[in-house]
Design a protein around this ligand. Structure first.
Ligand code: SAH
Ligand code: SF4
Ligand code: F3S
Length: 475
């Protein structure tokens, strides 16, 4: 009997990629995926600790399994990812029916750990060393990932893939748990990254998104040479079959002229830069230990506008960080209006035990104030996004078609050949239009006739069809 795996993933793109690899490795051990926990032999939860809410979501999902596990004690329940690394055995206290705890650096051990549980060896725990639990080399090694193993079926779409170029983070922003869960910053060797990109392109992948917590700080040194992101992009640009290369998330201080010039000169590289500002107040940036001032960020925006005038820039913000006054927040609003981001992700500060922020500063902004600031900044950003999108009315953009739109999926029409589809422009704008399922995976020109804050609406431009291709399709 083939074994069934149920897998829930929360958190960032790193987790989506990790889930892809875990599925690939379990498939090799005879597993297939199921969306029904009742059917599953093994149930895994890939977790995130960046905000309390993300952890609560996982505990609530685990809570729902209690009865199932009572009825079927033979089912294996595992918690993997950042929360597994952060809380380790503490998870057993809140969810006693968990069998398996696996950190992001130990995911390759999952098949073996699951079979240990099945063999009656009891609970299994595999995590990396803490940031002070060994030599730097040993700590780094314990956080290494097993990236080359991939599973196309787990991707957002078969022609789009994530590719990790950097593990961990050394920036230690005072609010953030990631340096503890993902360990020290380490760049993967460029030869390995390029080889993986080739495999992906050979599998039909047209767009790769390079991942790193501070992806533009990427650095790989050998005695002979140092490879930075600009140089890596130039190497990846040579990979046949790839059409688009994106990279997230950027750190403002490392957005160099060299990198921006590479983005300008390499047409496959998307003119889309996600570079979180977090706050528009120097006092708060200092408390967050972000390593830049408002003036530095402005200089960076000037560099971007000079070298890439059409680039889309997006940001993250934390509102209600410890000690944030109305005045600090107003500075954030003012800078948001000045920078005119394509979009922003806005989060209410969530204190994370184990971070310097939690040790040093009381979480003193009341929840209702955080919520009000969140709403206000979101409204400001939405107005900017909508105005920005209006500029596209009447223009034609190239769209890489991803699949059925949300509306199509909601209506359950995803199998009909003619339906509403969705895709993205080179600079990451979402476009919705009527099309044919056959067009999924193609890059086609779409003329835009309507725009909201989050979406452009358009129609595929058909006049430009090459007659030879058209004849081929008819046959
Ligand atoms: N490495 C990336 C993002 C890490 S987490 C970067 O440095 O930009 C993604 C976003 O979550 C962050 O940009 C930040 O805005 C938010 N975040 C991180 N820790 C948080 C916390 N404790 N409370 C609320 N939001 C947080
Ligand atoms: Fe967290 Fe800062 Fe590192 Fe981003 S740069 S992962 S916010 S510590
Ligand atoms: Fe969350 Fe870990 Fe990503 S804490 S945001 S899943 S790196």
């Amino acid at each position: 009997m083939p074994k069934k795996l149920y897998l829930e993933t929360v958190g960032c793109q790193m987790n989506v990629l990790d889930s892809e690899m875990v599925v690939a490795s379990l498939r090799k051990h005879g597993y297939s995926l199921t969306h029904d926990p009742e059917q599953a032999d093994t149930l895994l939860f890939n977790t995130c600790s960046v905000r309390e809410h993300a952890e609560e979501k996982t505990y609530s999902s685990l809570g729902k399994l209690k009865r199932l596990k009572q009825r079927h004690p033979e089912k294996v329940v595992g918690v993997m990812g950042c929360m597994a690394q952060k809380d380790q055995k503490l998870i057993f206290e809140r969810a006693p029916y968990v069998d398996l705890i696996v950190g992001p650096g130990q995911l390759q051990q999952i098949p073996e750990l699951v079979s240990n549980v099945n063999a009656g060896d009891g609970r299994q725990v595999a995590v990396s060393l803490g940031r002070r639990e060994g030599t730097v080399e040993n700590i780094k090694r314990s956080h290494e990932t097993f990236d080359p193993l991939r599973d196309t079926e787990m991707r957002p779409t078969p022609f789009q893939a994530y590719l990790r170029i950097q593990i961990g983070c050394d920036k230690f922003c005072t609010y953030c748990i990631v340096p503890m869960t993902r360990g020290p910053e380490q760049g993967r060797p460029p030869a390995q990254i390029v080889a993986e990109a080739r495999v992906l392109a050979d599998q039909g992948c047209k767009e790769i998104t390079l991942l790193g917590q501070t992806v533009n700080s990427y650095c790989y040194k050998t005695p002979e040479e140092t490879t930075n992101l600009a140089k890596l992009l130039a190497q990846l640009h040579e990979v046949d079959g790839l059409e688009r290369i994106k990279f997230v998330t950027n750190y403002p201080k490392d957005m160099t002229r060299e990198l921006l010039t590479a983005v300008r000169d390499l047409p496959k590289v998307s003119p889309y830069l996600h570079v979180p500002l977090q706050s528009g107040s120097d006092r708060i940036l200092e408390r967050m230990k972000r390593g830049y001032t408002v003036a530095d960020y402005r200089d960076m925006m000037d560099r971007i506008r000079e070298l890439l005038p059409d680039a889309a820039v997006s940001s993250d913000f934390i509102v209600g960080f410890c000690g944030e006054t109305d005045e600090d927040f107003e500075q954030t609003v003012a800078l948001t209006k000045e920078c005119r981001f394509k979009n922003s992700f806005i989060f209410k500060y969530s204190e994370r035990p184990g971070t310097r922020g939690a040790d040093r500063y009381p979480d003193d902004v009341p929840l209702d104030v955080k919520q009000a600031r969140n709403n206000e900044l979101l409204a400001v950003q939405s107005a900017i996004s909508e105005e920005d999108n209006q500029r596209f009315l009447g223009r034609t953009v190239d769209v890489l078609i991803e699949g059925p739109s949300k509306l199509t999926l909601r209506k359950g029409h995803q199998d009909e050949p003619l339906q509403q589809l969705t895709g993205r422009t080179h600079c990451d704008r979402i476009v919705v239009f009527d099309g044919n399922l056959r067009q999924v995976g193609q890059t086609l020109p779409v003329a835009i006739y309507d725009a909201t804050a989050h979406t452009l609406f358009g129609a595929v431009v058909t006049e430009e069809i090459d007659p030879t291709v058209y004849t081929l399709q008819l046959n």
